[in-house]
Design a protein around this ligand. Structure first.
Ligand SMILES: Cc1ncc(C[n+]2csc(CCOP(=O)(O)OP(=O)(O)O)c2C)c(N)n1
Ligand SMILES: [Mg+2]
Length: 577
């Protein structure tokens, strides 16, 4: 007789699930044994459950389909939590199967007892305890649909013995797949938006991850409005390429042209973005915000016209109501500013300047140049995000995955695991920080064990570099940020990977080529400059309008508009100009 776990596996299989990331454990044994007996869904073994959740998040982000992770009770499922927060914040469909202690022991402070429904509540759109075997197929289906339709994490909490119970005879697998409904606002809302936008003389578009699949519509909208297009980080891969209206990224790690285009607009159109930093929004201008999740509208700024719908369907419906603008002066000004900002950034990356340590901009630009057109990049939170944002060129095929909403360190390697497992034919390149890599270092072993030919490039600056930037921006003396690192290339070799260390700029290209062409996992440990900010003027907290705003100003306007790049060498160079 089939077990409850067999029915779960059959449902996952019928729904197109190809693998489950996780680590086994007693309470999960009934489930993993059902996977083994079925034999068609792969067990994607990792070394830390957090990596399982991150891997599932990356797979879901890349495929738009449900990705699955699983963990045993108590500590096993506690380890999932940070990765699940990342998935849930990114709005990607992940199912977490959280095994639980025996049902009859719940509430008695049993060995490994936690209360998973409470623990997972904040990082999920749906979280339910299965108390009887009859309940399971039903709960599983609701969970899967919730993850797919609400875009987020669903957790099914299952006491271990329920996996092993006989399935009730009428339990049949149901196929649950992602849907792509047409969702657009009502006509009156569209007319209100058109009225605002037709009256504007200098509209700017802020575009986010909701622009996925809507590139044509975005370009058409920008063309009709003669609007510069600023993007939030999660929008980069969908917005920046083949886009004559692009003026770059805004935000703490963005650059000045993105900020400027927002600051100088007389109407703002937000397309599929929940960009969080209020100080970067313009004040006192009408805002039209498009979001398929209506509850997100108005999160950041007062919105004059809320439009609930997908960017694609809403733009299609809105375009016929817009009068195409003839005056392109706002657009021309902003794109000219962007070209100047871009040229400065490119200059920083082109010149090797220091032979050793290497400039991270040069490292990122070289990765970009050598990577394939269909590469999938992942980038660690920390300065690797800055270099990815600025120097990786997207083309509509390349992808860029990061912990852009949750902002967790150590995401690049486990995201790369999910990317490579789900896309075996594509090159996957992780831009890792030395801090980030060390945090989930054990996952290098996963690359080898699972035969995942991920290329890990370590921006080894011997520091928690991004935190040092934050401290300096706030006038705090950097402290507690040194990293005394081991030989990462040697560790990679010991793990059974290709490993190379790059100390000098002229060694970089060769090492990257060797790694990229290596038939298996590879790591290149690059000795990069510890990015330094000149200390801002002494200022007391009372004088600050808020840390973010101050940091923002420092980063955007200090000594040449991209203060973030002002390492000591850069400063010397600027002075010499
Ligand atoms: C799990 C977690 N811990 C701490 C932080 C705070 N934090 C953000 S970036 C960063 C430093 C990252 O260092 P590293 O990976 O070496 O990258 P770098 O900035 O030096 O390039 C830290 C500690 C975080 N975002 N996530
Ligand atoms: Mg570092």
């Amino acid at each position: 007789m089939a077990t409850v776990a067999d029915v779960m596996v059959a449902t996952l299989k019928a729904s197109g699930v190809r693998r489950v990331y996780g680590i086994p454990g007693d309470s999960l044994n009934g489930f993993t044994d059902a996977l083994r007996r079925d034999g068609t869904i792969a067990w994607a073994h990792v070394r830390h459950e957090e990596a399982a959740a991150f891997a599932a998040a990356a797979e879901a982000a890349l495929t738009g389909e449900l990705a699955v992770c699983a963990a045993s009770c108590g500590p096993g499922n506690l380890h999932l939590i940070n990765g699940l927060f990342d998935a849930n914040r990114s709005g990607v469909p992940v199912l977490a199967i959280a095994a639980h202690i025996p049902a009859e022991e719940i509430g008695g402070e049993y060995f490994q007892e936690t209360h998973p429904q409470e623990l997972f509540r904040e990082c999920s759109v749906y979280c339910e305890l299965v108390s009887t075997r009859e309940q399971l197929p039903h709960i599983l289906q609701i969970a899967m649909r919730s993850a797919l339709q609400r875009g987020g994490v669903a957790v099914v909490v299952v006491p271990g013995e329920i996996f092993l119970a006989d399935a009730s005879s009428d339990a049949k697998p149901v196929a649950i797949r992602a849907q792509t409904p047409v969702i657009r606002p009502d006509q009156a809302s569209l007319a209100a938006a058109a009225e605002v936008l037709n009256a504007a003389k200098a509209a700017t578009i802020l575009a986010g991850a909701g622009c996925a699949g809507a590139h044509d519509q975005l370009i058409a909208l920008a063309g009709a409005l003669k609007a510069p297009v600023v993007h939030a980080f999660r929008g980069k891969e969908f917005v920046e390429y083949d886009n004559p209206y692009d003026v770059g990224m805004t935000g703490l790690i963005g650059f000045s042209s993105g900020y400027r285009a927002m600051e100088h607009c007389d109407a703002l159109v937000m397309l599929g973005t929940d960009f969080p930093y209020r100080p970067f929004y313009p004040e006192g201008v009408p805002v039209v915000q498009v979001d398929v999740r209506g509850e997100r509208i108005g999160h950041r700024v007062p919105v004059q016209v809320p439009l609930v719908g997908t960017v694609k369907d809403t733009a299609d419906a809105l375009l016929p109501l817009l009068t195409a603008k003839a005056d392109s002066s706002h657009l021309d000004q902003m794109t000219a500013h962007y070209r100047r900002a871009r040229a400065r950034l490119d200059k920083l990356a082109r010149d090797k300047r220091n032979e050793s340590p290497l400039h991270p901009q040069y490292v990122a630009a070289t990765i970009d140049r050598l990577a394939a057109d269909d590469a999938i990049f992942t980038a660690d939170v920390g300065t690797p995000c800055i270099w990815a944002a600025r120097y990786l060129h997207m083309n509509g095929t390349r992808r860029l995955i990061g912990s852009f909403s949750h902002g967790s360190m150590a995401n690049a390697l486990p995201h790369a695991i999910g990317a490579q497992a789900s896309h075996p034919g594509r090159p996957v390149i992780a831009l890792s920080g030395d801090g980030g890599l060390a945090m989930l270092l054990g996952e290098l072993i996963t690359l080898r064990q699972q035969h995942l030919p991920v290329k890990v490039i370590v921006f080894n600056n011997g520091a928690l570099g991004f935190v040092e930037l934050e401290m300096k921006s706030a006038g705090i003396v950097p402290w507690g940020t040194d990293l005394d690192n081991p030989d990462f290339a040697g560790i990679a070799q010991a793990v059974g990977m290709f490993g190379a260390r790059v100390e000098k700029a002229n060694e970089l290209e060769g090492a990257l080529r060797d790694a990229f062409s290596y038939d298996g996992p590879a790591l290149v440990d690059v000795h990069t400059a510890r990015t330094e900010l000149s200390l801002p003027p002494k200022i007391t907290y009372g004088e600050l309008k808020g840390f973010t705003l101050y940091a923002t100003r420092t980063i955007l306007s200090g000594g040449g508009e991209e203060l973030i790049e002002l390492t000591r060498t850069n400063l010397r160079e600027l002075e010499a100009e």
